[in-house]
Design a protein around this ligand. Structure first.
Ligand SMILES: C[S@@+](CC[C@H](N)C(=O)[O-])C[C@H]1O[C@@H](n2cnc3c(N)ncnc32)[C@H](O)[C@@H]1O
Length: 257
């Protein structure tokens, strides 16, 4: 029964984002969006200016936090940006490679999303740039997070920004992530957390899974889930209250087993 409901939610979330990226629905929750949201989440002004100057399609971003920060990503890392959407975090890594590393050692970022339309839009935007930093590779792959087309122990880092919570069966997702992350590699998650328990209005809103709210965990549940899936210790990097019930958080953990 649980498995059947879980599959239904995964399919609902996919069709929600397909329609959203096609411009066929407007979220009924009023949230701040685009570059205003990115600024609020702490992406650097230099990055935002650079993206705006290069006609970045701001309408497509849906991040829950800013996970691109020093100490989490090492030059030369092979990074999976899972549920990448338009690829804001790949751009943040690219900008860092240009500005701070002087492009001496870049990154390889594999951007994966299940909606091909958003990947096509992202590719068109990247193609419009005159140049990418040397030694920086961006790849775009259309695939389902629960069935990734990569061999075991491929990535140094798996990054998910506003993606972890869209999955009801998080244990299943973590099994797949553990498979593709190298031992000692990192999992970086930006998402929404619940302070105590989910408010009732969330339970009756069918799109609340897509908004990362219905799948929100408490920190204790999250830590225990990661620990029992082979990741730890879990470091909290950033937290910001949204309202009395929810807050945003950025967390990182290593694959330890
Ligand atoms: C809240 S959005 C976050 C997008 C992006 N990380 C950002 O910061 O703008 C969730 C993303 O997860 C993708 N997604 C949903 N279900 C997925 C699945 N089963 N496999 C891969 N991606 C999925 C959606 O298409 C969407 O782009």
């Amino acid at each position: 029964m649980l498995e059947k409901n879980s599959r239904k939610v995964v399919e609902h979330v996919k069709s929600y984002y397909r329609e959203l990226y096609r411009g066929k629905i407007n979220p009924t929750v009023k949230v701040c969006s685009g570059s205003v949201l990115a600024r609020r989440l702490g992406y650097s002004l230099e990055l935002l200016d650079w993206l705006t100057d290069h006609d970045f399609p701001w309408d497509y971003i849906h991040p829950c936090g800013n996970p691109v920060r020093k100490g989490l990503f090492e030059p030369g890392d092979f990074v999976l940006n899972l549920g990448c959407g338009i690829g804001l975090d790949a751009c943040a890594l690219m900008f860092e490679a240009t500005e701070e590393l002087k492009a001496e050692v870049g990154y390889v970022v594999v951007n994966v999303d299940v909606v091909s339309e958003v990947l096509e839009r992202a590719c068109r935007w990247v193609a419009s740039l005159r140049e990418l930093p040397d030694d920086f590779t961006l790849l775009w792959v259309c695939a389902d997070a629960l069935k990734l087309p990569f061999t075991h122990e491929t990535f140094d880092v798996v990054l998910m920004n506003g993606v972890f919570n869209v999955f009801p069966d998080k244990k299943l997702l973590l099994e797949e992530l553990r498979r593709v992350i190298k031992k000692g590699g990192r999992l970086v998650i930006a998402d929404i957390f619940v302070s105590t328990s989910l408010p009732d209005y969330v339970k009756t809103e069918p799109d609340a899974w897509a908004w990362c709210i219905a799948g929100a965990l408490t920190e204790e549940e999250f830590f225990e889930l990661l620990r029992s899936s082979g990741f730890g210790p879990c470091r909290g990097l950033d937290k910001e209250a949204i309202d009395d019930a929810f807050y945003r958080g950025v967390f990182a953990a290593e694959r330890v087993s």
